[in-house]
Ligand binder design. Structure first.
Ligand code: C2E
Ligand code: MG
Ligand code: MG
Ligand code: MG
Length: 278
């Protein structure tokens, strides 16, 4: 995989079908953008305390003519290997910023950025352009990057600093799964940390996950950063997360990602036992 395009071939018995699929998918992927086959679904994130929708994360999907809706986990890696992520990412930014202009002015928009986009040099221009043509204020935009992006090198870190300088919130996604050191957290201009959903899933059963969540939350507070728990599926998880001091939450407990025409700005779920029966 590290060797780049065309090396997805896995030389194992019985893998020929998979290889065929990947090559066909790569050809389709190249055409998908011009054919308008990508769409964006939006999932709300909730501000805990006021328990209101704070904004929506843009999550891209590919509506393939034969295979139906394909999840990003399946095509983003391929888009990264082929470089298609650069125009695709620019499209997501422009489309999502335009969509967000029809939301109440308090609602934020979060967009995921690939490390490849950060390395391409003109990501700052791409982001600035999406804001300019849509008219969206920089303060309403959040850009989510993973630890890989932070470790990708000085150019990527410089790009993130420039983005933060535009007044855009830079968010560290899936925190706890990568190899970034704690000192990276303090050095980088992160406004918010998203705790990976793997820790959230284990919360009720694993005391180690509870300890990790508590440690991340405390550290974030000390550094003046917000903390979002992602992948919240149950009220039990939410109660633990609130007690730990998470400031935001996102997950199926509140809402799944939905097409733009179906998003709701006040999808409120009861977030503690008292409100549940109110
Ligand atoms: P992510 O940014 O960490 O997004 C969260 C993922 O968790 C989404 O999956 C979301 O649908 C899923 N999720 C949300 N709540 C729950 C829950 O309660 N339980 C469970 N099991 N899952 C939940 P999705 O939409 O399949 O996206 C997967 C990943 O693909 C994203 O992870 C992100 O890394 C990437 N991705 C999505 N859209 C884009 C994009 O436009 N650009 C880039 N570069 N990456 C994207
Ligand atoms: Mg994300
Ligand atoms: Mg995430
Ligand atoms: Mg993720």
């Amino acid at each position: 995989k590290a060797e780049g395009r065309g090396t997805l071939v896995v030389y194992e018995q019985g893998m020929d079908m998979v290889v065929q699929d990947q090559h066909a998918l790569e050809i389709d992927l190249r055409l998908a953008l011009q054919r308008g086959e990508f769409e964006i679904h939006y999932q709300p994130f909730i501000k805990l305390g006021s328990d209101t929708v704070d904004g929506f994360e843009a999550l891209v999907r590919w509506r393939h003519p034969n295979h139906g809706l394909i999840s990003p986990d399946r095509f983003i890696p391929l888009a990264e290997e082929t470089g298609i992520i650069v125009p695709l990412g620019a499209w997501v930014l422009e489309r999502a910023c335009a969509d967000a202009m029809s939301w109440p002015k308090t609602m934020k928009l979060a967009v995921n950025l690939s490390p490849i986009q950060l390395r391409q040099g003109n990501i700052v221009d791409t982001v600035a352009r999406a804001l300019k043509i849509s008219g969206l204020r920089a303060s309403r935009l959040e850009l989510e990057v993973t630890e890989t992006a932070v470790l990708a090198g000085a150019d990527s870190r410089r790009a993130l600093e420039l983005i933060a300088g535009l007044g855009i919130a830079v968010v560290l996604d899936d925190f706890g799964t990568g190899y970034a050191s704690l000192s990276h957290l303090a050095e980088m201009p992160f406004k918010k940390i998203k705790i990976d959903r793997g820790f959230v899933a284990n919360l009720p059963t694993h005391s180690t996950s509870r300890a990790i969540v508590a440690a991340i939350t405390n550290l974030a507070r000390e550094l003046g950063m917000e903390v979002t728990a992602e992948g919240v599926e149950t009220e039990e998880q939410l109660i633990i997360l609130k007690a730990a001091g998470c400031t935001n939450a996102q997950g199926y407990f509140f809402a799944r990602p939905h097409p733009h025409s179906q998003i709701e700005f006040n999808v409120m779920k009861p977030v503690d036992g008292r409100q549940k029966h109110a």
